[in-house]
Ligand binder design. Structure first.
Ligand code: AMP
Length: 535
């Protein structure tokens, strides 16, 4: 029985130490090396005073070292907290403060970002900084701890673990509507059932070559990493640069002879838009899975027609319920571009419920709120009981019992075929290029800028290949001549680039509805009607 996520690595390192575990461009690491290096790092972290349950942040681009770090962190009985190197220092500070980390592990090229994080002021708790590179990270504000050359002095022998499967393995910070990212706590026990099911369902075996496309702060990467390690397969890290160029990405899949691809649909959509896939392309590919947003049917048809040898599966689920909670494998290529693809049936150990306001099931065909129950449910948001109790609620079951369920904020219906269909959101959370964004977080950042009297951010969905556009309507304070370029520049100091509005409209005053609230549907129409200037 697997109790802890790193047990799979240890098992496969014993079974086949010379097998390749992770590949990044021309570099590769075997299962045996990954096991030894992560053991050393775990000892290094313990020596840096990291104790059971302590949070260790990782600020690093995707790399073999980063995978070693994730495993080393959980082997030290600590909790892994990924920091997105693309985010600005101000957002990192919020996450570091919130998780009160004991250590930050960083890759060398993030030193300037670390300096910026520290330059903004001291933190009121102590932590050390470890470098994943050969050199220690130096800088006026960095308390240099250790580097990878220090790790080599530690024993590579197996450690004794104090963690239990109910302990957190990682905390994933997602966009928060009040302006502060919220940390979803995920335990080892939350991840294990999905990985065990996915390994069997997707026929993941030793020798298989799986993509790792998602950034490490996305929960899809959890399945890439642990699914691969559980199967004794190879994890192929997709270089970030390949993402910008669809033909390069297609070439990467060909050259790496991938057998499984898993990503958000946006990138698949993008590749379809640029016609990057040939007929019968990627001959080694067996499984293509996506999660995180709707895969537009025309783009899905594009892929399925070109790759008749591949099995296509739609996975659905929020971070709060760990990786995915339901699945649907397409039996055949959809005939009609307008047909909706179901999110399917619950994965084993999970349940999906479409309920009304009284938490009673709505009749088939009617739209209701989508709730999830089961093994993947997070214990809640990090140190935020109020938010946790708001969305993790109890539903009475027959008899005396009650079940803990999560209100996803998604609207759904159950079809006559018994499958669940995603309909949309009931709130202001959107997906843009696969990123989960609360429009409230963007508005809250805008409100902190000078020179604005009013502002509102809305998402405009344009169908076809393009996803949601983030649009900002604003009213400058009288006497201020602020415009999209200035606003975008100032906002980029607070938010990652994927959250920045791309379309802007200036108003004398924002339209209001009968209750005096900003009329957001009207703003959406305004943006659709104007070809609003992109910044
Ligand atoms: P995240 O926490 O980033 O995984 O985002 C979770 C949200 O993404 C869900 O609540 C849905 O709104 C959306 N989502 C996830 N998977 C799918 C899917 N297969 N189809 C449509 N929307 C999805």
């Amino acid at each position: 029985m697997t109790r802890l996520l790193h047990n799979w690595l240890t098992l496969n390192a014993e079974r086949a130490p010379e097998s390749i575990a992770v590949v990044m461009e021309s570099q590769a690491i075997t299962y045996g090396e990954l096991e030894r290096l992560s053991n050393r790092l775990a000892r290094g972290l313990k020596d840096a005073d990291c104790r059971r349950g302590d949070r260790v942040c990782l600020l690093s681009p995707k790399s073999i070292d980063a995978i070693v770090a994730i495993l080393g962190i959980i082997k030290a009985d600590c909790t892994f907290v990924p920091l997105d190197p693309q985010s600005p220092a101000a957002r990192h500070r919020k996450i570091i403060e919130s998780c009160e980390c004991r250590c930050i592990l960083a890759a060398g090229n993030t030193a300037p970002l670390l300096d910026e994080i520290f330059a903004a002021g001291a933190f009121d708790f102590p932590f050390s900084v470890g470098s994943l590179g050969d050199a220690r990270i130096e800088g006026p504000h960095c308390r240099a701890g250790f580097s990878s050359s220090d790790f080599s002095t530690y024993s590579a022998a197996p450690l004794e673990y104090r963690n239990d499967s109910a302990d957190p393995a990682h905390i994933l910070f997602t966009s928060g509507s009040t302006g502060v990212p919220k940390g979803v706590v995920i335990t080892h026990a939350n991840v294990i059932p999905f990985v065990e099911w996915g390994k069997t369902y997707f026929h993941m075996l030793p020798g298989g070559r799986n993509s790792c496309h998602s950034p490490l702060h996305f929960d899809l990467s959890t399945f890439d990493i642990y699914g691969t390690l559980a199967a004794g397969a190879e994890l192929h890290l997709v270089p970030a640069e390949a993402n910008l160029l669809p033909h390069k990405l297609a070439d990467f899949i060909r050259r790496s002879e991938l057998t499984q691809w898993f990503s958000v649909p946006s990138i698949l959509n993008y590749m379809a838009k640029f016609d990057a896939v040939k007929d019968n392309d990627f001959p080694h590919l067996r499984e293509l899975l996506w999660c995180g947003e709707v895969f537009p049917t025309p783009a899905l048809i594009y892929w399925m027609r070109r790759l008749p040898h591949v099995r296509f599966t739609n996975l659905y689920g929020p971070t709060e319920a760990t990786i995915a909670s339901s699945y649907y494998t397409l039996p055949t290529c959809p005939a009609d571009e307008r047909s909706s693809i179901p999110i399917g049936t619950p994965c084993p150990g999970e349940s999906l419920m479409v309920l009304d306001k009284n938490l009673e099931p709505v009749p088939a065909g009617e739209i209701g709120d989508l709730y999830i129950g089961g093994a993947g449910l997070s214990p809640g948001y990090w140190r935020d009981e109020e938010k946790t109790l708001e969305v993790f609620v109890r539903k009475h079951c027959s008899g005396d019992g009650s079940e803990r369920i999560y209100k996803t904020g998604d609207l759904a219906s159950v079809g006559e075929d018994g499958l669940v269909y995603y309909v949309g959101r009931s709130d202001c959370q959107i997906k843009s290029r696969g990123y989960r964004i609360e429009l409230g977080e963007i508005e809250s950042a805008l409100h902190s800028l000078e020179g604005l009297q009013e502002c509102a951010v809305v998402a405009v969905t344009l169908g076809g290949f393009e996803g949601a556009r983030i649009c900002c309507a604003y009213v400058p304070l009288s006497g201020h001549s602020t415009g999209p370029l200035t606003l975008r520049k100032e906002l980029s100091r607070l938010l990652p680039s994927y959250m920045l509005p791309t379309h802007w409209l200036e108003f004398d005053s924002l339209p209001k509805n009968a209750n005096g609230k900003i009329d957001r549907p009207k703003l959406v129409e305004d943006f659709k009607n104007h070809e609003a200037p992109a910044a």
